[in-house]
Structure formats: C-alpha cells, structure tokens
Design a binder for this molecule. Sequence first.
Ligand code: BGC
Length: 344
Amino acid sequence: MTELFGKTKDGQEVTAYLLKNKNGMEAKVLDYGATLVSLMVPDREGISRDVVLGYDTVSGYEEGTCYFGATVGRVANRIGKAQFQLNGTIYQLAKNDNGNSLHGGRDYMNQRMWRTENVSDQEITFLLHSPDGDQGYPGAVDIRVTYTLTDGDELKIHYHAVPEADTLLNLTNHSYFNLNGHGSGPATGQKAMILAQAFTQADAESIPTGEIVPVEGTPMDFRTAKTIGQEIDADYEPLILGKGYDHNWVLDGSGFRKVAQLASEESGICMEVSTDLPGIQFYTGNFIEKENGKSGTIYGKRQGVCFETQYFPDAVNKENFESPITKAGEVYDTTTVYRFIKSS
Ligand code: BGC
C-alpha cells in the first residue's frame, strides 16, 4: 500500500510504502532517504506500539538533525579529520562534526530521493545512484537498500552495491528504538544486551584511538542483559565523553549472528539484532533535545536508542580495524535483522 507522505522543499512528491506481515506488524518506509518512519509491533496484550522515533512531515526529515530512521551512507559514523588515503590519493570529505566527517557529511543520503524497485506487500528496494566523487568518495556506485518485513516478525535490511572504483562503503540504519512506544519517554528503563567482549576506545571527539578495551569490569559490559540506565551516568571517562553510551562495540564472532537485544518488561516486546558486520554503535540518544516528532510528541534526551551495525568508526585510518574498502567490481552485501519476540 502506498500513500502520499508530502512534498520536499523543491516540490518533489514523497511516497510512503506500508509493509505488513501476517501477525499484525507494519513498517512504513519513505522513498525520501530510504527512511523507516514507523514500525508497529503488537505488545503482550496484542496492542500495536510504534517502536521507532520519527517525524510526520517531509520537512521534519529535511530539517531534523537526529537521523531518525535514516539510511546513512556512504560511510556511517566518523572519519577522523574527514580525510583518508586510498591507493595513494588523499581524499578530503566535508567536515561536519568537530573537523571530522559524520554520517556521509552534509550531502546526506538520507536527504535525497531514492528510486523504488520490486515493491510488494512485504518488501521494497530503494535504489540510489551515487556518482564518482559524491560526498568526496571515489567511484560511481548504485546503492540498493531492501526492507523486508517477514512473517517471522523480522525487519530485515539488506544493502547491496558494486562500485566502479575502489571506495569506502559502510551503510547503516539509524533508527531510534523505544519498545514502549515512540512517545513513551526515556528508553533507559529497558534492558540491553550486546554480545561483545570489547569496545573501541575513542577520544573526546568520538574518534577511535585504535585501542580495543575489554568491557569486563566496566559500565560498557552488556554481555548479560542490564537496564540501560543502570550505569549510564557512571563516573567513567568514555561515558562522560559520550554523555552516555555512544560507542562502537567489537562484536563477538563473525558471519551472520545475533549481536544484541533490547527488551521492555512494560510492553513485553523484545527485539533481537543480528548482522554480518563486525561492529555496532550503541547510541542512547544523548543529544536529542526538544525534537518535534510524530503525533505532536516532543522527544528529549535518551527517548530512543540506536543499534547501528557497521564497520568500526574511522576504520579506513586504523590498520587494526577490519577494512571498510570495497574494491572496483566487488560486491558490498550486508544484512541486518531486527527480530521482534513477545514475552509473557
Ligand atoms: C553518533 C552520535 C550522533 C548521532 C546523531 C550517532 O551515530 O554516534 O554521536 O550524535 O549519531 O548524529
């Protein structure tokens, strides 16, 4: 099902596509930014709650700075000094975060019109042509993002791209989840689990130092599920610098596997995150400030939390981090799944 969502500032029509599964889950996605606008999930009473933050209008997405539901690329997270070297050439990107590059830098992919392909009741593919030099990155590339809402209560996001020249690719989805519903206040009472023995240490600008620090004995330890708020304000330098959790965890294992979980005792909704990627930025919405969201809600600090699956931040400049480079003609193919389970 499709509906007109609104128009961009320059008059382009934005269409909302509704995906539905047999258990009453519904996802609304836009061709503007390949954005996830809403995700309705039945709670333990069978009443649907919209578990992601978002806006009701196109202008919300045009002007918003929080990346609600956004498809972020070409490179999610930060690149130090907005610079990297590839095949002997130095590439300079836009500096949009303390002299660093964040989430693709200014000419954001989440603020462009994407084309659609293969639209059905449970699946849609968005396609964006990114020319050579786009955002400062080499190599033209067609980027495809497919959302599938399965009858197994999974929202599956599949990314596919084949660049024409060696380049960096590190796309992610920046949805903010709140399993009590998007307008229900802080998400810090919900329990998170991250299957990671370590995280990447970062400086005051959130650029990794290259050091991999064990979570053992620190507030970063989410190997056993714990309430997000339990230690979020601890006197621990990484949390002070990040104003809460805003770090990349070094995920256990490799290949497609479960890497994280979020659960709410109040709604009885539990979400499992699975991916084939090596890292996850767990960001607790520390910088959300009076953001005018859906249904007249004003979102504040920590009202939603992000599980941004990705290559590690600044990986291109760190020899010990898995490379985010996709070579010419190589296939960039990655999948992240958010699976919903009802607890009694
Ligand atoms: C970053 C945060 C940033 C947020 C919104 C997250 O991915 O880690 O530092 O504030 O995106 O821009």
